[in-house]
Design a protein around this ligand. Structure first.
Ligand SMILES: Cc1cc2nc3c(=O)[nH]c(=O)nc-3n(C[C@H](O)[C@H](O)[C@H](O)COP(=O)(O)OP(=O)(O)OC[C@H]3O[C@@H](n4cnc5c(N)ncnc54)[C@H](O)[C@@H]3O)c2cc1C
Length: 247
């Protein structure tokens, strides 16, 4: 997360950006007893994790999903007392091609997968294992995601499997995205299977990010904040220090 900037002015903090990072940062700083002001230029908090509301309906602006390997997010949900409102379900995966959906949920599906030959499958498996082993992602930023995947999986597998996935996720941005993107994606998914459950599950908080943002704001109000939900940039949310409110 890169959306927030904080500047310290004596015992006062200004946090720019009320996305998840800015809200978290503001909350943590307020806990230390400092005076914190959070500035958000959009009409509502949340940033990329924000929500749309039409009438009685509220839903996430962008699809989000949690994995068992998302340690920091899960710790945050625990702190926000949302663990018991989190639902998990086992996921299955499929690959749609030539008018057919091919299951790709386990090793047997992978062996039966008709779109790749045995050698191509070996290279695809090696690509995934290689990405999961990389610890220092910095060098990957010097390579495009396409050239890295072609090198490891081969051009045919790249065009048949990876390219449609990259296009679906990044649009034409796949042309300039670095290999660090696919490393982060694979490492996250691979890590999820290495947790104690040994199988992939996707999780969500009932009510989506709307509920998470609500709990964030409740937490701020408990710190004695004076939210001023007016429209037009910037909206100022004050988070007075815990010492100021005499706790
Ligand atoms: C389609 C999609 C799917 C995603 N899926 C997942 C997922 O499954 N799991 C996951 O962990 N992450 C996912 N993400 C990423 C996740 O949403 C972001 O990493 C996270 O929300 C970023 O939070 P942030 O606070 O760093 O930045 P942002 O959410 O970008 O927040 C920045 C905030 O700063 C405000 N701002 C900017 N400039 C100023 C200014 N000058 N003054 C005042 N305010 C300003 C903006 O209005 C915004 O509210 C997904 C993102 C997208 C788009």
């Amino acid at each position: 997360m890169t959306g927030a900037v904080a500047a310290r002015i004596g015992r006062r903090w200004a946090v720019l950006g009320g996305g998840v990072l800015g809200m978290r940062l503001a909350g943590k700083l307020a806990e230390t007893g400092d005076h914190v002001e959070l500035f958000e230029s959009a009409p509502a908090l949340g940033g990329l994790a924000g929500v749309w509301t039409i009438g009685d309906f509220t839903w996430d602006k962008h699809y989000h999903v949690m994995l068992r390997s998302d340690r920091h997010l899960l710790a945050l949900l625990d702190e926000l007392d949302l663990k018991q409102e989190t639902r998990w379900s086992r996921t299955r995966a499929g690959f749609y091609s030539g008018g057919r959906l091919h299951s790709l949920s386990d090793a047997l599906d992978f062996l039966r997968f008709p779109l790749l030959g045995p050698f191509q499958k070996l290279r695809l498996a090696a690509t995934i294992l290689r990405a999961a082993q990389i610890r220092d992602w910095r060098t990957l930023e010097r390579t495009t995601v396409s050239s890295w995947l072609i090198r490891w999986s081969g051009r045919a597998t790249y065009e048949r499997i990876w390219l449609p996935l990259l296009r679906a996720k990044l649009g034409e941005g796949y042309r300039t995205a670095s290999a660090a993107f696919i490393w982060a994606t694979i490492a996250r998914l691979y890590g999820a299977r290495r947790t104690e459950k040994k199988r992939e599950e996707f999780g969500f908080v009932t009510g989506g990010y709307s509920r998470i943002l609500e709990r964030f704001q409740e937490g701020q109000q408990n710190c004695g904040s004076k939210n001023q939900p007016s429209h037009g940039p910037p909206i100022l949310h004050e988070l007075p220090s815990t010492t100021e409110r005499g706790d």
